[in-house]
Write a protein that binds this ligand. Structure first.
Ligand code: BDR
Ligand code: CA
Length: 311
């Protein structure tokens, strides 16, 4: 099994990503760390605990991390995810408490404790916690096996500004620390996640599965509305589950090993992931930048795993 820490800001698509990971025997989720992003931290940490409870996994510790980006005011996305971050289902107060300690300390301690090169970090929100951990404890950087993150966009440009994707835009300084860290990176940008669109049929399969599938259907129903109105697309883009799916079945995806730099200065392009897709700069490749997905294979995997939580 692969040991992972998921850093998240749930978010309906984060929720589905967490369910996919918790349902997958190939992955050992050492902990879930939460960050401010789609909604403020008090909601993202509560939402993560709600999701674990829905999955029947009260054993996975949930830590609260950074309430704001490294050096900027927080930007949130209630216009996409609703006021709670998890609109679309009946929410409840989770019965599992938050784990003691700060998410950044958990990341640092776990990487120091586990064998070198045995822990993969999976950030699916702004990169604040990961950057804080690297800044606070540079000795852990060389111990990370890989970072598999959802963030950025290149051909598909932005969703929060014309140039930037939300997770990178919220904390570009943190993203820069991660992208220049030297840790092997896999990046799942909007270019691929906008192809991971739910179909009506798939949502109905989820709804018929049982309580977990019904939660997924409720979330995707809600989440879909925004993209339909904004982009005219059919279905909800399952951004964050792409990161988990890449860990499980990388052969579902194709991309290029290229150089990706983060814009932290630009007046109009703050938070842009400048991806040297055509390799015109001579800058060293630092990321596997994914662009395509086998959509049918991805949804087969999702169906198989999510429905297993209802059995
Ligand atoms: C990313 O931003 C959030 O709204 C989603 O959860 C996803 O991580 C997509 O840009
Ligand atoms: Ca997210």
């Amino acid at each position: 099994t692969k040991k992972i820490i998921i850093d998240t800001d749930p978010g309906q698509d984060d929720a589905v990503a967490l369910l996919l990971a918790l349902a997958s025997p190939e992955l050992e989720v050492l902990g879930i760390t939460t960050v401010a992003g789609n909604v403020p931290l008090d909601l993202t940490e509560r939402n993560a605990r709600i999701i674990c409870q829905i999955a029947g996994r009260r054993d996975v510790p949930v830590y609260a991390g950074s309430a704001a980006p490294l050096s900027r005011p927080l930007v949130t996305a209630e216009h996409v995810h609703g006021k709670s971050g998890l609109d679309g289902i009946e929410l409840f107060e989770p019965d599992t408490p938050l784990a003691q300690g700060h998410a950044v300390d958990f990341i640092v301690e776990t990487l120091r404790r586990e064998a070198k090169g045995s822990v993969t970090l999976v950030p699916i929100g702004p990169l604040t916690n990961i950057a804080m951990a690297f800044r606070q404890a540079p000795d852990i950087i060389g111990r990370v096996e890989r970072i598999v993150l959802m963030g950025g966009a290149y051909f598909e440009v932005g969703n929060i500004t014309p140039a930037a994707e939300f997770n990178i835009y919220v904390d570009p300084e943190a993203a820069k620390i991660v992208f220049t860290s030297g840790v092997p990176l896999t990046v799942l940008p909007l270019d691929v996640t906008h192809k991971a669109l739910t179909s009506r049929e798939w949502i109905e399969t989820m709804r018929a599965s049982g309580p977990v599938g019904q939660a997924v259907a409720g979330w995707t129903d809600f989440f879909e509305r925004y993209d339909r109105e904004k982009y005219g697309s059919e279905g909800a883009p399952l951004h964050d589950p792409c990161a988990i799916a890449w860990l499980l079945q990388p052969e579902l995806f194709t991309g290029r090993h290229i150089n990706v730099e983060i814009e932290t200065q630009g007046e109009l392009t703050l938070g842009m992931t400048v991806a040297d897709w055509w390799r015109v700069t001579g800058r060293e490749p630092n990321a596997l930048f994914i662009r395509d997905i086998n959509r049918a294979g991805f949804f087969d995997l999702m169906t198989q795993r999510i429905t297993s939580l209802d059995r």
